[in-house]
Design a protein around this ligand. Structure first.
Ligand SMILES: Nc1ncnc2c1ncn2[C@@H]1O[C@H](COP(=O)(O)OP(=O)(O)O)[C@@H](O)[C@H]1O
Ligand SMILES: [Mg+2]
Length: 388
């Protein structure tokens, strides 16, 4: 379970090379914690924190130089730098835990790898639990067949979720080969894509250069502009991108790839909820059943997937009861056909939920967004990780 999304990102502020080396050694053989960098100059900490976005900072109380150890810890309490800080010390120099001075935790040398990782996990869990804005949620829009409304629904759902209140929302075009959003939104040809994110150090500021700020109020991470370019991305990149987006946005919506390959699985694994689109169409129904079996075989609980029946008002001769029988349950969400409204807004690159908020399909989409949000905040949707 070594996905980047669950890794603790650590910054070490240490000017004694032997201690830095010791910590590196302890963290070398494990996956739970990633040591982002070791910095020996206290003055560089604020800049590095902004750049590297660690979850936790460890500071040596005896750090020498212009900004000493305890001053570094105290600075980490200020404003947007607010980060859990562990102060490292030796028995001869006892330090009192005092969160009001930025000494959130104290770790006294010598310590074992087990003690270090245990403490980091405790700190990360406490920080997560006390986050005022709560955790963020990833919704993947998935369909076992093309052309059933995946892109249209992902775009409109993202906008509907953003409209629920001050919900910072990003839409990721996970259809890495044929990024439909690029053409749907008619963005300029040189608009950056997921490939333009640096792969080693991703900072929040990099995001703002790469994301498309859509007039609909959401930010969009586009797919590469050319078909063959998707090969430049790895599963690890996808993990990393989602992990950084989770830090900045409350809601991440993914228009997943059409083929069920390792990229699609990277998105699905990292999702809190998979919204799987079904339609009254015999191929879709059969594929949906195979997908349900596959999801079960890899350990996804049934609650991770929510079915959205698109064009629910036109059953094309298929008995609604047989659809329910195939799914094994009633689809959780329904969306009627939006007719000209959907086609016209897609052609203009605007979401139908904004083009005509009073339309039935827009009201239904708003309802789906509300239900998904409620599901998330009720904690029903813990992400289920799978070993790759
Ligand atoms: N509920 C709906 N009502 C009307 N048209 C729809 C609806 N859902 C999808 N469409 C239309 O179906 C076509 C395919 O949708 P799209 O979102 O591109 O599917 P996918 O991403 O699954 O390939 C588009 O022309 C879209 O406008
Ligand atoms: Mg599509």
């Amino acid at each position: 379970m070594s996905t980047a999304a669950s890794q603790i990102r650590l910054l070490l502020v240490e000017d004694v090379p032997q201690v830095a080396q010791y910590v590196r050694g302890l963290l070398n053989a494990q996956q739970q914690v990633r040591l982002l960098d070791v910095v020996s100059d206290g003055r560089k900490v604020p800049g590095l924190v902004k750049e590297l976005r660690p979850d936790i900072v460890i500071v040596d109380a005896l750090l020498q130089g212009k900004v000493r150890g305890l001053a570094v810890a105290a600075n980490l309490r200020e404003g947007d730098l607010r980060l859990p800080t562990i102060v490292l010390t030796v028995p001869q120099n006892p330090v009192q835990r005092d969160p009001s001075k930025g000494v959130d935790y104290v770790l006294t040398m010598p310590f074992s790898g087990y003690e270090l990782i245990n403490l980091l996990q405790t700190v990360a869990a406490e920080a997560e639990a006390s986050k005022p804005e709560g955790r963020s949620f990833v919704y993947s829009i998935f369909a076992p067949k093309g052309g059933v409304g995946k892109t249209t629904i992902a775009f409109n759902l993202a906008v509907a979720l953003a409209q629920l209140g001050d919900v910072k929302t990003v839409l990721v075009d996970g259809s890495l080969q044929f990024g439909d959003l690029r053409s749907l939104l008619r963005v300029p040809a040189d608009t950056p894509s997921i490939l333009d994110l640096p792969t080693d150090r991703i900072a929040e500021s990099d995001l703002s250069d790469v994301l498309w700020r859509d007039p609909s109020g959401i930010d969009i991470l586009l797919a590469p502009p050319r078909v063959e370019m998707h090969e430049m991305l790895t599963v690890r990149d996808v993990d990393k991108v989602l992990s950084i987006l989770r830090r900045v946005y409350s809601v991440v919506v993914v228009d997943t790839p059409a083929a069920v390959g390792e990229m699609a699985m990277a998105f699905l694994d990292a999702s809190d909820v998979i919204v799987e689109i079904v339609t009254y169409d015999s191929t879709t129904i059969v594929n949906t059943r195979s997908m349900a079996e596959f999801f079960r075989s890899i350990g996804y609980p049934p609650s991770k997937v929510r079915y959205l029946l698109n064009r629910a008002d036109s059953n094309g001769g298929i008995d609604p009861a047989s659809l329910v029988a195939s799914l094994g349950r009633e689809p959780e969400f329904r969306l009627t056909s939006g007719g000209a409204l959907v086609v016209e807004s897609n052609n203009q690159g605007i979401p139908f939920v904004l083009a005509d908020p009073a339309a039935q399909i827009s009201a239904e989409m708003a309802r789906i967004a509300t239900d998904l949000m409620a599901l998330a905040s009720a904690g029903v949707a813990e992400p289920v990780k799978r070993r790759r």
